[in-house]
Ligand binder design. Structure first.
Ligand code: NAP
Length: 268
């Protein structure tokens, strides 16, 4: 960052459900920074107007569904990881120009390595889903020595397209069972389980020693993660990733680490 932002927003559609304002405002208070992090609900057809307004305000912030790819395309500059991912979840302005970064990737990296209890070397990863969150998973895993990914998506062409961007790390497969073969880490990168207690992968299909990572988060944990843990798997939902990407975003905006404890308490 070159100057403190004039405004901090979460740009998405919808955004009312997001936990980010709660923990970002707790971080701002703990740091004594006199700004409020505001949800900004912007439908796709208003994105360009909103970005012009945010440039005038020297704003910074986060980007969520459905704008991550569109904002990436509109940034004057992107970090290498945002470029690789094709998606931006953090932005700021530098001398009036829009800059984009992606801290979802580091959020995945931290949480997945904690689940694997190591550095990810040699991991066999099953990814369900082929959208922006799956791309963030692949960006993280491609830095793990000797790791491999089997990717399943209900629409196979999307899986093949994403796999081709990450060749030879990723093989697109045509069934969940194929994706799970030999997996040491199983990742749900779809919204399954967000609105109800549906499981993206049946419990008895999980390889017995696999760690289980659900990118979906809910106030009371997802039903899939609860059940996986009860069945003896190391398991985590997306809450830790959400907090970590937010903490790293705060570092990008203000050049210092936030109080992660205050952020965590604000979420609970
Ligand atoms: P996205 O770009 O819209 O992609 C969604 C993916 O899920 C697509 O591959 C889609 O398949 C698949 N999908 C959607 N509904 C499905 C269903 N009912 N059954 C099977 N597959 C389904 O979304 P995203 O940005 O990748 O986000 C995915 C999830 O990750 C969301 O729940 C989001 O909240 C979560 N997420 C969490 C964090 C975090 O910090 N914890 C960060 C980012 C995202 P098709 O291609 O076939 O449509």
């Amino acid at each position: 960052m070159t100057a403190r932002p004039g405004r901090l927003v979460l740009l998405g559609h919808p955004v009312a459900h997001s936990a980010s304002p709660r923990f970002q405002n707790a971080a701002l208070r703990a740091a004594g920074i006199p700004l409020t992090y505001e949800p900004l609900d912007v439908p796709p057809e208003r994105l360009d107007d909103a970005l012009r307004m945010l440039a005038r305000d020297n704003a910074a912030g986060n980007v969520t569904i459905p704008h991550k790819e569109a904002v990436a395309a509109r940034c004057r500059s992107r970090t290498a990881v945002a470029e690789r991912c094709g998606a931006v979840n953090v932005f700021w302005h530098s001398e009036g120009e829009l800059v984009g970064d992606n801290t979802d990737v580091a959020g995945v990296d931290v949480m997945a390595k904690a689940l694997l209890q190591g550095d990810g070397a040699g991991a066999r990863v099953a990814v369900i889903g082929a959208g922006g969150a799956a791309a963030a998973v692949l960006c993280a895993v491609e830095r793990w020595d000797g790791a491999r990914v089997r990717l399943y998506n209900r629409h196979m062409p999307r899986a093949e397209q994403l796999a081709s961007r990450f060749h030879p790390l990723v093989t697109a497969v045509s069934s969940v069972a194929d994706a799970l073969e030999g997996a040491t880490l199983v990742v749900n990168a779809t919204p399954i389980g967000m609105q109800d207690d549906a499981f993206p992968v049946a419990l008895d299909a999980l390889p017995p020693d696999a760690a289980v990572f659900d990118l979906v988060y809910k106030p009371e944990e997802t039903a899939w993660i609860r059940a996986a843990r009860e069945a003896g798997h190391r398991a985590a939902d997306g809450e830790g990733m959400l907090l970590e990407q937010g903490a790293l975003a705060f570092e990008r905006w203000f050049g210092r680490a936030p109080d992660r404890g205050a952020m965590w308490r604000a979420m609970h």
